[in-house]
Design a protein around this ligand. Sequence first.
Ligand code: SF4
Length: 733
Amino acid sequence: MLFGRNKKNPIKIADKGIVKWNYSTCGYCSTGCAIEIGTNKDGKPVGARGVADADVNRGKLCVKGIFEHEVFESTGRGTTPLMRNNIQDEYQEAQWDDALGTMASEIKRIQDTYGRDAFAIVSTGQILTEGFYTLGKLARGVIGTNNYDGNTTLCMASAVSGYKRSFGSDGPPGCYEDFEHTDCLIAWGSNLPEQHPIIYWRFKEAQEKRHFPLIVIDPRVTMLAQNADMHLAITPGTDVVLMNALMHVILDEGLEDQDYIKANTNGFEALSAEVRNYDPTTAAGICGIDEDTIRHVARLYANAGVAMNIWTMGINQSTHGSDGVVGINNLSLLTGNVGKKGGTSLSITGQCNAMGTREWSSCSGLPGYRLLENAQDREDIGKYWGVDPEFFPKTRGLTQTDIFPAIETGKIKGLWLVGTNPMTSMPNTARIRKTLEKLELCVVQDSYLDVETTEYAHIYLPTAIWAEKEGVFTNTERRVNIIRKVKEPYAQSKTDLHIFNGLAKQFEQGRKMTFSDNFDEVFDEMRELSKGRLVDISGMTHDLIEQHRGIQWPYTEEQANKGEAPVQGGKRLYTEDATFRFADGKAKLIPLPFIDNNERPDPEYPFWLNSGRLVEHFHSRTRTGKIGNNNKYSPTPFMEINPDAAMEQGIQHQSYVRLVSRRGDAVVMAMLTHRVPRNMVFIPFHFFDCVNRLTLGLLDPYSRQPAFKQSAVRIESVNQAEAAQLNKESRAF
Ligand code: SF4
């Protein structure tokens, strides 16, 4: 007899007493899932669910989104502003007015003493776009430092730079719907199931219906590679060589789209001349992919009706990051795969609002993809804000990765960190620690007091988290979606908008300008400034965005007035001939000579060090490290090592080892797996005092993004009991 065969025993879902579902957009990754947070009769967030009629996620959420209601009251939240004179002193609680007043007077002292650019600002990809826009107005129009950047330099700068070099502007041209039309997909350094699980689900659903080939290019057998038709385990840092070789075959065999090239591009001859140097035999010796496979992939890709490329950090976080993006764009342009259904070059963005900062924060220019280098742009924004255009710098200042060396050399004396945690996220932790200790003023603005960088701050400003405020995010496919307020800010924390506006009022120039606390009014300013720009959002309103579960830009006032549904807005960019953002409307094909400049394994440091994400965690675990159902599945920093290499080194599964690089060392648990080749170890990047103690982080010359994924290490044995104790103490929140 089969036990219980006739008895129904359905799973009982606990009644959490939810009385209201509040619409929002997930605050972790750039997929941009529409989410509803359930609150009980006391207004407490107690549940989360995906929004069924939202096109992005169609009711689904990943393991982070499902538990996102727990972030509001997770441990470590900051409750009140804190101040101290020296970083060796204890923090003292402060009133908001005092904290902002002291911050403003210290900024003025530093700028009066050392010059305007001696005070730097590093922001994030996590706050709402209305906050980004307002911070840009404050930084560019009031404080006037040119050393202002976002932490997106650590993740998306190469994509931005590559898009600008190829297409004349930032802005991913494709969308998730392209999965439903493509005939071939190449994923470069992108592990969708762990990094962007719901984009993976969109891809997988489309692929199961139409069975188009998936080719994954990654040195590691990632989860996506395990599900691929072909996995090309490339030698780290050599993507450009493989791209050139693929183009070599495409041109050699006449598989390019000459009509598209003639109508839409410049630079074909120079590119052809360069890729002639990369025949598959020569390229195979550098990139580690055999010549037959190179030829096969080139034919598969170029002969597909429409084909798409996607990429993430495996391309961006490299000394050739910007070139890698240009190389992908070259491939797409040569085969006419831009602006078509299923034919695109789509950067999969990192943080939930990395796109919002790119569009509106003024980090690398002025709002709405305007340039500091363009006199008309300076004039337009100066007039709109009520700022003398001469007050704006005429070229972009330092990026985040150049700001820290400028602190070392004494050029920068004050630093304001907004929602970013360089002690965990920047390469070479030991160097960052010493750098932060040199500052005369360090301000950390964060929702969490226990982020590692607060140890080096003089002023700490607690901020409202995600859905304790209202505003918009833009996701990977340019979809603007809204975050509605679920509850009031925690304890005495304030919204970013409130903090930026409060600080602006401390400056004479700020008092002359308009700084609104009303997020609708701020959005209206952005809409006005977007008119006629690539990033035109003038047809959107906050209510319309919620009604449509997000709207892709561009969506213009004209379209809205004509009654065009927002879905006809901006699914794709560059859909017509000659609509790229250079003066003649044509994109650039750019030759990419390969220069091998990475730190590489050698007899002293014989392993490549690779790093990446885990599905359970987000960035430096500030949030997911405190949520049981995220942290309990990945509580320990570990190292993947190939079993053959482990045997040679005498390393047991789940034993502790010490990894040593030229920068420092880190103790991790060994996990034996064939995911990594024999000469490579992989460590998740989320943990403090771990992988970034080892990384070198050489910078890309165009984007200034660090090469997190290409360093060399050796492995040493360690006392197991001491390592276990160290691990227990240092990982506990
Ligand atoms: Fe949130 Fe990204 Fe997961 Fe969607 S895929 S629920 S946006 S973390």
